[in-house]
Design a protein. Structure first.
Length: 312
């Protein structure tokens, strides 16, 4: 949509994919960019609304600084300049759900009265599985030296958050307050469950209808993007993650093909560990109250999230 910001009329998103991290949002991004009536920038996760002049050193040790992040409005606006007239503009940054108390006021400041026209999309994954997948994702890039059992200790998380938000493996999955805040502020929201992605065609048709674009367009939904795991060969995994073909100048639709090929290769070099039953029980106790409140809020049965038998 066209927004007047600081005396200038600029193109900004009509919708946001706000999260949750490690819940299928990258796959969703790859689905949406295939639609000719939808424009999304070639770089996912610009996270502009989640930051306010944050120091550039704020990153995870061992992981390169995320150059996708846009701290300045003028740099963020550039992402959408090539959107065609009539295209629905979107952006996906999983930090927006976790940082709802910063992101929502920032959105309202930039959009003014038009913020209520925004459409909000999120996918929510079992927070126990999400936390473990998040841990494996950080480990994949060489940024996590601790065993999972130590990394989820409250005192360890509290100590590491000032170093990087990404170490808050449990906080990212405390969905109730996050979801409630978005539902209260934005009239147009869609909150899906990770399990809904099993029927990709159904969720895509619903999303296309929500975004007011052609619902009958056939797109490739056989994409399982951004896999997590422990590297069998850390050097090869780092090379795949840093491959030059994935730089920001690659067009979104081309990026889908390249990223799919990359992720197929990545899967071959990642070990898919399963979460220990003892740790699963511990995490169920941590998340139980939040899950039950979320269940009432969304009016969806989430009891399966509390089952011991479920694998990571």
């Amino acid at each position: 949509m066209i927004i007047s910001v600081r005396g200038k009329r600029v193109k900004l998103p009509d919708f946001f994919i706000v999260g949750a991290a490690k819940s299928g949002t990258t796959s969703l991004y790859y689905y949406l960019v295939q639609h000719p009536q939808i424009f999304m920038p070639s770089e996912k996760e610009p996270a502009f609304f989640a930051y306010r002049e944050l120091p550039p050193h704020y990153t995870i040790p061992g992981v390169r600084h995320d150059r996708r992040i846009r701290y300045k409005l003028e740099d963020y606006v550039k992402l959408f300049r090539t959107a065609k007239d009539g295209q629905v503009i979107g952006e996906g940054s999983t930090a927006y759900l976790y940082t709802y108390n910063l992101t929502i006021p920032h959105i309202k400041q930039i959009y003014g009265n038009k913020y209520k026209e925004l459409k909000i999309i999120a996918i929510l994954r079992n927070p126990i599985d999400r936390a473990f997948s998040h841990y494996l994702f950080i480990s994949r890039a060489g940024g996590e030296p601790l065993p999972f059992a130590d990394a989820i200790k409250p005192e360890v998380i509290e100590r590491r958050i000032p170093e990087a938000r990404g170490y808050d493996y449990t906080g990212y999955g405390m969905y109730y307050n996050q979801v409630k805040a978005y539902m209260e502020e934005f009239p147009h929201t869609r909150f899906y469950l990770f399990e809904d992605l099993k029927d990709n065609n159904l969720i895509i048709k619903d999303l296309f209808g929500f975004l007011d674009v052609d619902k009958d367009l056939n797109i490739n939904t056989d994409i399982k993007a951004n896999p997590s795991g422990i590297p069998k060969n850390r050097f090869l995994v780092k090379m795949l993650l840093r491959a030059s073909i994935f730089k920001s100048f690659v067009l979104p639709k081309t990026k889908v093909k390249l990223a799919t090929a990359r992720d197929i290769l990545l899967n071959r070099f990642l070990v898919k560990n399963e979460l220990d039953v003892v740790l699963r029980k511990k995490l169920i106790l941590i998340f139980r109250d939040d899950i039950l409140k979320l269940q009432d809020l969304l009016k969806r049965d989430l009891s399966h999230w509390l089952e011991i038998k479920q694998n990571a």
